[in-house]
Design a protein around this ligand. Structure first.
Ligand code: NAD
Ligand code: MG
Length: 403
């Protein structure tokens, strides 16, 4: 493929899992832009799925005309059916129907569900050898080697959408992996970058989700505030690119313009820059290995004036250190870390525990599980089992902390 004819790209059939979330909406904006730019039939949609926002899903379905729309919350299935009656769009409901939607033939599956709930639908798409545009990081953190082995076994293609990993994917020379000295992921530092621990102890969910640069879903926004997001991303990078933990680093970069730096053994450091706008990595993933137009904001470096970098403060942000420990420990440690964090973040968003309790709950869950022997997951069932047990334990720890 070469030249300006992008028909082989724009004819790709797409499924969007989690279409009503921040990444899902951005994906549909990229597709709307492609339809305006390249023709109304660009990126025909196979399926859109959402968990509970039934009206938003129906509106997307009417506009983008997928063959199928699925609502995860089974009690809203009837409502979805009514909202889409007469459109010819098939509807379904329940978690299994989301997994089923991922198994239906499409070229690219955007995995934009939040949390480890994305694991089973993502694997269903992997098993039919689809191209997986992976925005979700929790499934690769929870199921690392198993997920990676499945991608290889079924001949699926994995394109990272998480901005730092998409940047790394663009910068890494996979023919010269011996010469990769260091991969540095940048972190904005989140809304509490300058806050003392005392001040963070009283932080509210509203303050934690008010991210300075990115507009994202609530869970990942809280993860950005604790720096757990960057910890999960180190684990994600380890599994995506087979990089040893020692080669992975974090640098705080408050402007979120440089997303990743790759240093080679000859001393060259390559950087990827773009405005903090997820529509850039989404467009890259949908068009790969070609390039296409996206509606994302463009960089104006003269206006920005300066880019700054600083070390991450592991003392004030203990979640980063916990994730780094789990990366080194391997086995089920990342699975437990992720599950405990999902539970703790929900408890924080529900105002049942404080901001600093998130790290405490994760740490206590890890210690309790480690003393039971954390082991190595053999298969997806093993991962799901460890995930469930860690959630139960983290839930009990949250209740203890809240009491
Ligand atoms: P979000 O909360 O805005 O949206 C989540 C989507 O998943 C929604 O469509 C929701 O209906 C659906 N969903 C929620 N729970 C579900 C469940 N149990 N089963 C099935 N579907 C469910 O989240 P987001 O910010 O768009 O993030 C999505 C994923 O992308 C996360 O894993 C996040 O870490 C990753 N990511 C997001 C950004 C960003 O800028 N938002 C950047 C990088 C990576
Ligand atoms: Mg990221």
């Amino acid at each position: 493929m070469s030249g300006s004819d992008l028909s082989a790209v724009t004819s790709r059939r797409v499924t969007v899992l989690g279409s009503t979330g921040s990444i899902g909406v951005s994906t549909l904006e990229v597709i709307a832009h492609a339809r305006e730019t390249y023709g109304a039939d660009a990126f025909p949609l196979e399926a859109l799925t959402a968990q509970s926002s039934v009206e938003a899903l129906a509106e997307q379905a009417r506009r983008f005309k997928p063959k199928l729309a699925v609502i995860g919350d089974a009690s809203r299935g009837e409502q979805l059916k009514n909202l889409l009656s007469g459109t010819g769009i098939e509807t379904a409901s329940g978690y299994d129907a989301i997994v089923e939607a991922a198994s239906r033939p499409s070229d690219v599956v955007m995995v934009a569900i939040i949390g480890a709930a994305s694991l089973e639908p993502a694997l269903a798409a992997v098993k039919r050898g689809a191209t997986i545009a992976l925005a979700n990081k929790e499934c690769i953190v929870a199921a690392g080697d198993i997920f990676r082995r499945a991608v290889a076994e079924y001949g699926a293609t994995l394109i990272p959408v998480d901005s730092e990993h998409n940047a790394a994917f663009q910068l890494l020379n996979f023919d010269e992996t011996h010469a990769i000295e260091r991969v540095t992921l940048t972190a904005s530092g989140g809304p509490f970058r300058d806050w003392t621990s005392e001040r963070m102890a009283a932080a509210t969910p509203e303050q934690a989700v008010a991210h300075p640069n990115w507009s994202m879903g609530a869970k990942i926004s809280v993860d950005s505030a604790t720096l757990m997001n960057k910890g999960l991303e180190l684990i994600e990078a380890h599994f995506l690119f087979s990089l040893e933990p020692e080669k992975l680093a974090v640098l705080v970069h408050p402007q979120s313009i440089v997303h990743c730096l790759v240093t080679y053994t000859d001393g060259s450091t390559l950087a990827h820059l773009s405005a903090p706008d997820m529509r850039t990595p989404i467009a890259h993933a949908l068009a790969w290995p070609r390039r296409m137009s996206s509606p994302s904001r463009r960089l104006d470096l003269a206006m920005l004036n300066k880019l700054t970098f600083e070390a991450a403060d592991a003392r004030r942000f203990p979640c980063l250190g916990l994730a780094q420990d789990c990366l080194r420990t391997g086995g089920l440690a990342p699975t437990i870390l992720n599950a405990a964090n999902e539970v703790a973040v929900q408890a924080f968003l529900g105002r049942r525990i404080g901001f600093l309790d998130i790290a405490r709950v994760v740490e206590d869950t890890l210690s309790a599980r480690a003393s039971n022997g954390s082991g190595v997951p053999r298969d997806v069932e093993g991962v799901l089992d460890a995930d469930r047990q860690a959630r139960d334990l983290a839930g009990a720890i949250c209740r203890r902390v809240a009491a």
